[in-house]
Design a protein around this ligand. Sequence first.
Ligand code: OGA
Ligand code: MN
Length: 290
Amino acid sequence: MRVRKLAYGCGAEITDVDLSADLPQSTIDDIREAWLKHVILVFPNQDFTIDQHIRFSRRFGELESHPMKNLRSPLGPEILEIHNRVIDGKPSETGDIGRNWHSDGAFTTQPPTGSFLHCRAMPEAGGNTWFNNMYMAYETLSPKMKNIIADLEVVNDINNIYIRAGGVGRRDPHKVAEDNRLNPPVIQSMVRVHSETGRKALYLSEAVTQRIVGLTQDEGAGILQYLFKHSVRPEFTYRHYWRINDLVLWDNRCAMHLAPRDYDPGEIRHMCRTTLTGEKLGRYLDQLPA
Ligand code: OGA
Ligand code: MN
């Protein structure tokens, strides 16, 4: 197995390893070590089946079923399919996933540890995914700013995604209402201590982070806008140009990602994801509705 850094901020390419094989634990340990260090790992040329994808992912922990039930794939509860195909005249509900910088599941009290995203079809041009490094985003703040945010918490609300999209957009309003009911707003700390590395990272998710606890929306807006902008300074990022059968693993505890609409929507983009169940984190803003 070979490891090659892809960018200054994050990302490394892992080659000379066949993930469909029955890998020894020592190789899994090496991959985990590289993952914790580089935050984003790219494994090119992994031509594997859904079962092999699931089996490899399980070596890193338990897999979750997506919190938005309607997004679960017929391929199995562990698979999230991101695609823009029209099936039976219905536009895909996952085609526009991730259009703002986000950390997956930040609107829940158990956000995933990380995800394995496998490329099955890509438009001729574009269809990229951007990643950033939230350790770097935290570490490059001034000592004064670190002090200011040390005890701050934010409200993360899934409804923010729909508000930002200018209403419910293409999604069925009943499903949007159901998402809101199943995912009431949560409170998360702005600074997160990574459970494996012990390092501090900024923990925000621009798509769902709505306000700072204890401040009015207006009071917090400036701080949040600054931190969103700072988090994705180009030097903290890696932009992935997909090839078919690339597998990308990200550490969702210390990275955000973004899928720009940078391709011809008439061409098919198709990805399959498995997701590592995370630790309990944060709390609900209010009591869970009965
Ligand atoms: C995701 C996601 C981005 C992409 O799988 O969580 O945001 O590029 N995907 O498909
Ligand atoms: Mn995502």
